[in-house]
Design a protein around this ligand. Structure first.
Ligand SMILES: CC(C)(COP(=O)(O)OP(=O)(O)OC[C@H]1O[C@@H](n2cnc3c(N)ncnc32)[C@H](O)[C@@H]1OP(=O)(O)O)[C@@H](O)C(=O)NCCC(=O)NCCS
Length: 161
């Protein structure tokens, strides 16, 4: 599928730097393509600590975007042509949707990109309930409106995770 550029907003973000606050301007382009480039996706997963060079074979690298290709929705964020963020969703397009693999390159975190990626997911299926499993990003999800669920989560481990 040809790349579809949704829009190219300019972000003005504030971030703490010592006691001062500086304004950063970033042109972030959001896309809804599924065939994200394997090498860049791998670099993003490496950067957030989801994989290591030692764990990744050439075969895995060649198919690194397979989970994204087979997902219901994929959104990604780009700055100057570089992949800086991604998210994928498994959804029945009506009742329930699950967020997977939301990641933003560490140097671009805390500038609203993760929040925008999740908002785009939610806009793609407005009636849906949204779920996500996370430990480290719990505070982020709470900040953007997710509520911790006390339901037990049961699983059978697969070949890869
Ligand atoms: C989780 C993650 C995607 C957030 O992306 P991000 O672009 O940094 O998040 P945003 O800048 O959009 O943050 C939105 C809000 O959440 C807050 N926030 C972000 N990360 C936070 C954290 N770890 N703890 C508390 N608040 C957090 C931001 O300050 C912001 O608040 P504000 O609107 O009041 O300014 C990013 O930290 C990441 O890639 N983490 C590693 C991978 C990961 O754990 N992914 C989740 C797997 S499901």
């Amino acid at each position: 599928m040809k790349e579809k550029v949704l829009f190219q907003p300019t972000y003005f973000s504030l971030f703490p730097h010592g006691k001062e606050r500086h304004v950063i301007e970033m042109n972030v382009e959001y896309k809804n393509i599924k065939d994200l480039p394997c090498e860049e996706l791998y670099e993003l997963f490496l950067a957030v600590g989801w994989t290591t060079k030692a764990d990744t074979t050439q075969e895995m690298l060649k198919n690194f975007n397979i989970g994204f290709l087979n997902s219901t929705f994929v959104f990604s964020a780009w700055i100057d042509g570089k992949l800086v963020g991604c998210v994928r969703v498994l959804s029945d397009l009506h009742f329930r949707s699950i967020i997977l693999d939301l990641a933003v390159l560490p140097e671009f975190q805390r500038h609203g990109i993760g929040k925008e990626l999740v908002q785009r997911c939610r806009n793609a299926c407005k009636s849906s309930e949204w779920s996500v499993q996370t430990d480290k990003a719990k505070r982020f999800y709470e900040k953007i409106g997710f509520i911790e669920d006390i339901d037990y989560f049961l699983r059978i481990p697969g070949k890869w995770c």
